[in-house]
Design a protein around this ligand. Structure first.
Ligand code: FE2
Length: 308
């Protein structure tokens, strides 16, 4: 009987063991996507809708499963904290998440695991970078629909541990985007991930242009009523995506604030800037997997890969 000894790990095993951020996704969360997806966790039923965006998420699901990350780290704009950046350190969040404007579309029963060690390391790293930070340890605090929405669309099986980070409210209120702090938050996130040796995929839970209709159609998923809010919003989204597709991500340092000024974009909450900063503004272009409007808002699913 022969025995094979391997002294050195193979190249893929070395990559697996190395840790760090593997990829990041702009992963918008409108509740309509979950409603249209008809998962067992969501109470309302639909006949579908918004298929092109959901096909983009199908591709994200395939890619993320192939990467086998240790953890998904999400920054979402609807867990709003007035003071500082909070990190969910509850080991096993479970409950019912309801979208307050669209309870007819989103009543989602969630049940997932937090990577508590990484969550606590993030709090420490945020503080070490001069940010106000807090570990959220209250069992039973309802997880917001922007966190759930992005996580469900990327991994509906919920079999990868999660860390979720709040949105400090200030950038959302002021006319001028205050994104500098999100750059620091991104750097601090990368440091904690590297120190804990995790292989992480990051999710920025943001739509693009964010003006939306104020009347719902009798059938919410009636796609004959779906279109951009107006042409200037659509053109601004396309200009931003052209930059994503053709230029290194550092070009977005100026393109994101310009786009926010033109469109009231949800990226004002900082999730996308956090994501790109955590990825250290990769010199590559982004892979736009899909774009579509949801009640008039612009939504893009985009991947940025990290390369050694
Ligand atoms: Fe939102």
């Amino acid at each position: 009987m022969s025995r094979v000894f391997r002294l050195e790990p193979s190249a893929p095993e070395r990559d697996q063991a190395k840790g760090g951020i593997v990829a990041g996704y702009l992963s918008p969360h409108p509740p309509h996507l979950i409603y249209a997806d008809n998962p067992p966790q969501n109470e309302p039923r639909s006949t579908g809708g918004w298929e092109v965006l959901r096909w983009a998420y199908d591709e994200v699901r395939r890619r993320v499963r192939a990467m086998k990350p240790d953890v998904l780290v999400v920054h979402a704009p609807h867990w709003i904290t007035m003071v500082g950046h909070h990190v969910n350190c509850v080991p096993h969040p479970r409950g019912l998440s309801v979208e307050p404007i669209f309870p007819n579309l989103f009543r989602y029963h969630y049940d997932f695991r937090t990577d508590v060690e990484l969550a606590e390391a993030l709090v420490t790293s945020f503080e070490n970078h001069g940010l106000v930070a807090r570990a959220m340890r209250e069992e039973g605090v309802r997880v917001d629909y922007a966190t759930i929405g992005a996580l469900h669309m990327v991994n509906p099986k919920w079999d990868i541990p999660v860390v979720s980070i709040s949105a400090n409210n200030n950038p959302y209120f002021y006319a001028e985007a205050e994104l500098g702090q999100m750059e620091v938050l991104g750097r601090a996130t990368r440091k904690a991930i590297e120190q804990t040796g995790r292989r992480a995929v990051l999710l920025a839970s943001n739509s693009l242009s964010h003006l939306h209709f104020d009347r719902e159609t009798p059938v919410p998923e009636d796609m004959s009523h779906e279109h951009p809010y107006n042409n200037s919003q659509y053109r601004a989204d396309m200009a931003l995506l052209e930059t994503v597709r053709t230029k290194p991500s550092s070009a977005l340092k100026t393109a994101i604030p310009e786009h926010i000024a033109q469109t009231e974009a949800e990226t004002k909450s900082g999730s996308l800037t956090w994501l790109l900063s955590a990825l250290d503004w990769p010199a590559t272009t982004g892979d736009v997997l899909g774009y579509g409007t949801i009640i008039g808002t612009g939504n893009a699913v985009i991947e940025w890969r990290c390369h050694d």
